[in-house]
Design a protein around this ligand. Structure first.
Ligand code: ADP
Length: 214
């Protein structure tokens, strides 16, 4: 599996947010680091199809992701930065909802929900309404939903924000465990969250890759 980002540019009205990003990604974890305004969210939003680019292409195994449509989206998991929940849903209802959007059968959904709840230590609160969960639990639930359909490509936008130091380590280790066969992109400004698990760190500044390093 190979995800190629070729000469990607994005212009907002007066602002050039991405200035020709070229990256070749294979299975493994990539940390996208950079200060606020560097272009991390813009890059991730183009990769998830929430935004369209101004120029350049993204190819998955040689095929343009814009032409792939749902064949691409069904292989993609996304953990956004903002919490996007229906607060009165229980954790389990929310995961069922996401499973149905992903087209999983009821049986498959139940298996996967049990698996992610266990993995993220949320089994005890599975029937509690989301509004009653702690910030750390909500954050874990948000990451859990991105994995429900076992995606090949996982995009995690600041996945450890709002977690305490112990939870950060736990989430970091979990991502390390589930990642080997996936292309995982993690944006963060906390270097320690990715330095041990990432195969490569990609430093973005002002819409450009200024450095790549192991
Ligand atoms: P990061 O995620 O690294 O903080 P962003 O991708 O959010 O960076 O932003 C990159 C640049 O694009 C910033 O200068 C930001 O102000 C600008 N930008 C982001 N979104 C918009 C928008 N919708 N309209 C205009 N400018 C934007």
């Amino acid at each position: 599996m190979q995800l190629e980002i070729q000469e990607l540019t994005k212009n907002y009205k007066n602002k050039q947010a991405l200035r020709g990003i070229t990256l070749n990604l294979v299975p493994g974890i990539y940390g996208i680091l950079g200060p606020n305004g560097a272009g991390k969210s813009t890059l991730m939003n183009i990769l998830t199809g929430n935004l369209s680019q101004s120029g350049g292409r993204i190819l998955l195994d040689g095929e343009d992701i814009r032409a792939m449509g749902s064949n691409y989206h069904s292989r993609l998991g996304y953990c956004p930065q903002q919490h996007t929940f229906y607060p009165s849903f229980s954790a389990e209802q929310f995961l069922f909802y996401i499973s149905s959007l992903q087209g999983l059968s009821r049986k498959k959904a139940m298996e996967r929900i049990d698996w992610v709840l266990d993995l993220f230590e949320l089994s005890d609160v599975r029937r509690k309404p989301i509004y009653s969960l702690s910030g750390g639990m909500k954050q874990r639930l948000l990451i859990a939903q991105s994995l429900i359909h076992d995606p090949d490509i996982l995009i995690l936008d600041e996945p450890t924000s709002g977690l305490d130091p112990q939870q950060r380590i736990a989430v970091r280790n979990l991502i390390g465990e589930i990642a080997p066969k996936k292309i995982v992109l993690i944006s963060t400004h906390v270097v320690q969250d990715v330095e041990y698990i990432a195969r490569e760190l990609i430093l973005l500044s002002n819409g450009q890759v200024i450095r790549k390093a192991t």
